[in-house]
Write a protein that binds this ligand. Structure first.
Ligand SMILES: [Zn+2]
Length: 64
């Protein structure tokens, strides 16, 4: 009969989950800034829109 010890990986799992959530949130923020921001939320006027304008057209997001 073998005795098997499985080390706890709770900390590794937690770090993985936190990193994944962070990456997803940053991706959603980038998607919002590239695709939808018109300055109402970012309070940047049209600066963010103009900054992301080429990326918006590259992704085929309706713009003008
Ligand atoms: Zn455009």
């Amino acid at each position: 009969m073998a005795i098997v010890h499985v080390p706890s990986r709770t900390a590794d799992t937690l770090v993985t989950v936190l990193v994944t959530v962070g990456v997803v949130l940053l991706a959603l923020l980038a998607l919002y800034l590239v695709g939808f921001d018109q300055g109402a939320v970012s309070r940047s006027g049209m600066f963010m829109h103009e900054l992301m304008h080429d990326g918006r057209h590259l992704l085929g997001v309706p713009c003008h």
